[in-house]
Design a protein around this ligand. Sequence first.
Ligand code: ARG
Length: 465
Amino acid sequence: MTKNSDDRMWGGRFQEQTDAFVQAFTASVEFDQRLAMADIEGSFAHAKMLQKIGVLSGDELAQIESGLSTIEQEIENGTFEWSVALEDVHMNIEARLTALIGDAGKKLHTGRSRNDQVATDIRLYLREQIQLCQHFIREFQTGLLQLAEQHADTILPGFTHLQVAQPITFGHHLLAWFEMLERDHGRLVGCVKRMNILPLGTAALAGTSYPLDREYSAELLGFSAPSRNSLDAVSDRDFAIEFCADAAIIMTHLSRMAEELIIWSTAQFDFIVLPDRYCTGSSIMPQKKNPDVPELVRGKSGRVFGHLMSLLALMKSQPLAYNKDNQEDKEPLFDTLDTLQGSLCAFADMVPNLQVKKDNMYQAAKRGFATATDLADYLVNKGMPFRDAHEVVGSAVAYAIEHDKDLSECTLDEMKAFDDCIEEDVFDVLTLEGSVSARNIIGGTAPEQVRFQISECRKLIATED
Ligand code: ARG
């Protein structure tokens, strides 16, 4: 980074140099460089519009376009010289444009302020980055559906309070994850819809006296409309807050999945094996294979929550319109994007490539009296009120615990001692297969239902995009 002490583009009214510390303290170019391509895209459109309304000649527009293309190249090649003295990405690019093409470059800022410029740039940038997040979500969902299909019949214990509750199918469990991601995707769609309004042309805060064609600019940049209120357009960062809130929810979901993956890969559960490429070993314990990626994603969720808090606190109590506080929106936003995209990308590949240990899942479901509810339902079918059935099964479980066996391992005589109405057919409902197949209701865990839901989910993600 070069140091350049009097490149100030607003130096006219100042008699004293900016303090070197203040210059560095107020500069954002170190991090807002990330907006460079969005800034140039916005400038192309602004210049085109200025030519349309007669502020620029055709020749000036051509010069600006060629200058902006050169700058694009320089940034891509890494030869662009960023200057802290020029404070931010906007003034760096504008100064370079003027250096390249002379007076025509100075006309580009007509009817524009950095306030509407930055509000536009962040939207352009974020809009594109959200698309990438959505792409990873879709990829992850597609992988989940494939795995769910392979495991529509695989039985494992379902838990409440992390205690064995009832047998479920693994496909059903994976479809629960699919649903979380489906709502996450939908939230991002809504976020983009609200964000996709163009601030450019609102200038510093009050609009501009030039007869800008804002509808044309909006069309060129793919926004659904120009903003209706200039004060609001240049100042609010609610769209960034909304995205970070959506990201925080996604990270919450990923952290829940991470937690299950971590538990399932312990020696005690041993339900799954994570792909080696997502784990590391220990420098001292040769036997260790640690679930690093799920653990990191679980940990990284905290930092995204933190960014959401930063942005809320940043925006809180800001009077209209633009305040320099808003320059602080970028780092939390960028880090949220990096963290979210990395986490989604890792999960989209890691989860569909899990090795599933069906036998261990099955054996675990057999322990813990997972079919006790089925026995109660059986008694209800025989005419017993549910509360009484609950009581009878409770004492049956106590008996089985005392004799160290599962309910399905009791003899018919032992069963009959719990209640007379129990007959041979009780053993049909006490099996794990019988239990899951009985739950063949919309949203239930039966293999038939899981297959049906998979086909519904496939339609959902195919039609929407
Ligand atoms: N770097 C500034 C930001 O990110 C650009 C807007 C500056 N506007 C101003 N009036 N100082 O917010």
